[in-house]
Each structure stands twice: as structure tokens, then as C-alpha cells.
Design a protein around this ligand. Structure first.
Ligand code: TMP
Length: 220
């Protein structure tokens, strides 16, 4: 596999989606379809259906293991339909959430066990992992306050979990960062957005200098 696989992770309200947008706006003109921007759960129609099941209010009482397996099923589909073909074609993938989200939310937040979640995801991914994970670190209170202040009617079940749940998610992310310091770069997401964008750019540039030097083949 010759491409670059970069994932973006963090608790709700860390601002990762805004950072990804800013970097994509910078890179897309030179990279064209060499840059694949994707997210979990969901993207294509199959995943959109799973996303709907996962976040449907009617499924509020869903069993935790069922939820973990649905996220893993979505991931398997994503790996096969999007990630592996893009890597095989030498493309760069920006992926908004990947396995670490399941370890943090289902393993930590839902208390299903970090190792148990790794186990089902080893089956789902068959070992396909990002070379770099940018982890946006934010205190749960700050992240949740940000979400509250931008709240529209698009509230999802996981956003609405108790503060204890969000503390466990945060703790699991910190644990992942300690376990995988080579893969995971941590960024202080409590800083103003332009600073967080600049820092993320620096972290990606350090690992993949060609991306920002315009040396990656663009199509347009
Ligand atoms: P998003 O708002 O970044 O699209 O994420 C949707 C929610 O889904 C977010 O609260 C995190 C949660 N999630 C999990 O609980 N497990 C997972 O494996 C993934 C990918 C997301």
C-alpha cells in the first residue's frame, strides 16, 4: 500500500471537523482527487444507512455491544470500499474518526473494555491503520460547552451522554495517546482555531512534507 493514511480524532466539540475543512481547502487545489476526504460513520449510501440506525432516537436504548459491532461493520465496509482502494492507488486519506473513536467511545465511554473493542476492530480492519493520527485534546467540559453553544436540531445520542461518559471517553483517548506515541500526535484543541489549524498543519507537514510542498501529483 503506497498511500498516506491520516486520521483525526478527539472528543465531541474538539473542532476537528473545522480543522480538516481548512486543510482540505488548502490542499485540494493542488492535490485534486489524490486527496480523499472521508469520515466515520458514514460517507457512502451504505454507511449513511448504518449512521441513521446508530443515531436514530428510536434506538436510544441500543445495547452497547450491538452499537460497537455496528461501528465496526461500518468500518469494515469503509476499509474495503474506500480506504484500501485509495491506499493502493497511492492517494492520501484524511479520515475524520477511525478505530480510536470506537476504543474511546465504546471501550471507554460505554465501558465495554478497550481490549474487547480492539479485538473486534482487528477483525474489521484486518490491520489497516493510519500512519498518523492527529488527536485534538480538549477537556470534556469545554468540548460539551462548545457543542451546546452551536447546538442546532442535529443533536446525536452520543453528544447527549452524561458528563461521566465524556470523562471516560477523554481518559481512553489519553490512554491511547500514551500507548501509541509514534502514531498519535496530540494537539491542544482549547487554543483558538487558527492556532489549532497551524499546529495540525505542522504535525502533518513534519510527517508528510511532500503534501504541502506541492510535490504530490495533482490532477487539476
Ligand atoms: P461525528 O460527530 O464526528 O460525526 O461523530 C459522531 C459520533 O459518533 C461521535 O459522538 C463519536 C461517535 N462514534 C463512536 O461512538 N464510535 C465510533 O467508532 C465512531 C467512528 C464514532
Amino acid at each position: 500500500m503506497s498511500g498516506n493514511f491520516i486520521s483525526f480524532e478527539g472528543p465531541d466539540g474538539a473542532g476537528k471537523t473545522s480543522v480538516i475543512k481548512a486543510l482540505v481547502a488548502e490542499l485540494k487545489p493542488s492535490m485534486g482527487d489524490q486527496l480523499v476526504v472521508t469520515r466515520e460513520p458514514g460517507g457512502d449510501p451504505f454507511s449513511a444507512k448504518l449512521r441513521k440506525i446508530l443515531f436514530d432516537d428510536a434506538n436510544r436504548g441500543m445495547d452497547g455491544r450491538t452499537e460497537a459491532l455496528l461501528f465496526a461493520a461500518d468500518r469494515r465496509h469503509h476499509v474495503v470500499s474506500t480506504i484500501m482502494p485509495a491506499l493502493a492507488a497511492g492517494k492520501t486519506i484524511f479520515c475524520d474518526r477511525y478505530v480510536d473513536s470506537s476504543v474511546a467511545y465504546q471501550g471507554g465511554g460505554r465501558q465495554l473494555g478497550e481490549q474487547e473493542i480492539w479485538d473486534i476492530n482487528a477483525f474489521a480492519t484486518n490491520g489497516v491503520m493510519p500512519q498518523l493520527t492527529v488527536y485534538f485534546e480538549i477537556a470534556p467540559e469545554v468540548g460539551i460547552a462548545r457543542i451546546e453553544s452551536h447546538r442546532t436540531d442535529q443533536v446525536n445520542r452520543l453528544d447527549e451522554e452524561t458528563m461521566n461518559f465524556h470523562h471516560r471517553v477523554h481518559a481512553a483517548y489519553q490512554h491511547l495517546y500514551q500507548q501509541y506515541p509514534q502514531r498519535i500526535s496530540r494537539i491542544d484543541a482549547s487554543k483558538p482555531l487558527p492556532k489549532v489549524i497551524a499546529e495540525t498543519r505542522r504535525v502533518i507537514h513534519d510527517r508528510f512534507p511532500d503534501l504541502f510542498d506541492g510535490k504530490t501529483k495533482g490532477v487539476n
